[in-house]
Design a protein around this ligand. Structure first.
Ligand SMILES: [Cu+2]
Length: 115
C-alpha cells in the first residue's frame, strides 16, 4: 500500500467517523428535548397508551377542573394529588409496561410502554 493510499484511507475513515459523531450528537439532542406529555382531562388520560424510548421523561398535566393522581399499579411512580394545571413528571429508566390509574377515580387508567 502506498503512503498516498494509506493517507487517503485514514482520512476517509476519520471523516466518516466525524460525520457519524455529528449524527449521534443531534439524535441525542433531539431525544433530550422530546418531553412527552399526558394530559388529564374529562376523567381520562390522553393518550391512554403511550410508547416511549428508555430514558424519556413523561409529564402528566391535570387539565381537568377536579383533582386527579397518576399512580402506577406496581408502585414504580406515584404522583401527589394534582389540582388543575399541576404537573407530575417521571423518568422511565427501565423498559417495561407501566400501567397506572388515578387513585381518586380508579376507573381512570392508562399505560406507558417503555422500549
Ligand atoms: Cu381522578
Amino acid at each position: 500500500m502506498s503512503t498516498a493510499v494509506l493517507f487517503a484511507t485514514t482520512f476517509g475513515v476519520g471523516f466518516a467517523g466525524l460525520r457519524a459523531g455529528e449524527r449521534n450528537l443531534s439524535a441525542a439532542a433531539q431525544q433530550k428535548s422530546d418531553a412527552t406529555e399526558v394530559k388529564i382531562d374529562n376523567f381520562s388520560f390522553g393518550p391512554a397508551e403511550l410508547k416511549v424510548p428508555v430514558g424519556t421523561t413523561v409529564t402528566w398535566t391535570n387539565r381537568d377542573d377536579i383533582p386527579h393522581t397518576a399512580v402506577s399499579t406496581d408502585k414504580t411512580f406515584k404522583s401527589k394529588v394534582l389540582d388543575t394545571d399541576e404537573k407530575f413528571s417521571f423518568t422511565f429508566s427501565k423498559p417495561g409496561t407501566y400501567e397506572y390509574f388515578c387513585s381518586i377515580h380508579p376507573k381512570m387508567t392508562g399505560k406507558v410502554v417503555v422500549q
